[in-house]
Design a protein around this ligand. Structure first.
Ligand code: ADP
Ligand code: 5GP
Length: 198
């Protein structure tokens, strides 16, 4: 859900994709290769995966804590991406990054991506990361070994719906050969930061 307009000042780069497309992998690469970017750490009510750290990968909250933050207006946007699994972009996070002069990178679901683009308009670049096929997406999710069979099903069931959002994005990257997709992502971000208007 998009929640009121936000004052425009810096640049924002939004990566969205069905789960397993390689969005996190590409975001990490871009952050390591383009200066003055900072990641907007979202809040979520899903439990941490092994290796994920609170405040680094996400702010991990209970469903009750998440709903309290919705009422307080703490989110720029939030979505119930999977049943009872909430994810949201924290206003405080975006402001903290922009106030120190960095550009903000978002890793959000397709609906969140479209909402953020609506809110920030030409200050934002929205990038859709596409898997070569649904079969490859399933292979990657299985290979990542982070999901239970139930969670994997939920993600695959939603993926076909998420793929229909492609035309709503500014740029599309097909993540087939990883090195190519990484270079493309860096190029797209650099071009946006250097040439398009704030
Ligand atoms: P997302 O953040 O979109 O859910 P991840 O970045 O976690 O996706 O990628 C899903 C899995 O696929 C990870 O195990 C990752 O290492 C792997 N992966 C990402 N891109 C590629 C690629 N181009 N070729 C093969 N495997 C990939
Ligand atoms: P995961 O559980 O795999 O980390 O994330 C599931 C989905 O939620 C991914 O598509 C991810 O991009 C999305 N997501 C993460 N943070 C946010 C957020 O703040 N807002 C929205 N709308 N989606 C998010």
């Amino acid at each position: 859900m998009a929640e009121n307009k936000v004052q425009q000042k810096g640049k924002l780069i939004i990566f969205s994709a069905p789960s397993g497309s390689g969005k996190t992998t590409l975001v990490h690469y871009v952050m390591a290769h383009v200066p003055h970017l900072a990641f907007s750490v979202s809040a979520t009510s899903r439990p941490p995966r092994p290796g994920e750290k609170d405040g680094v990968d996400y702010y991990f909250l209970s469903v009750e804590e998440f709903k309290k933050k919705i009422k307080e207006g703490a989110f720029v946007e939030w979505e119930e991406v999977y049943e009872n699994q909430f994810y949201g972009t924290l206003r405080s996070e975006v402001e903290r990054i922009r106030n120190r002069g960095d550009s903000v990178v978002f890793d959000v679901d397709v609906k969140g991506g479209v909402h953020l683009k609506e809110i920030y308009g030409n200050n934002a670049l929205s990038v859709f990361v596409k898997p070569p096929s649904l079969a490859v997406l399933e292979q990657r999710l299985r290979h990542r070994s982070t999901e239970t069979e139930e969670s994997l099903r939920k993600r695959l069931d939603r993926a076909a719906f998420e793929l229909t959002f492609e035309p709503k994005f500014d740029k599309v990257i097909v993540n087939d050969v990883l090195e190519k997709a990484q270079e493309q992502a860096v190029q797209i971000v650099r071009n946006f930061l250097e040439t398009e208007r704030v």
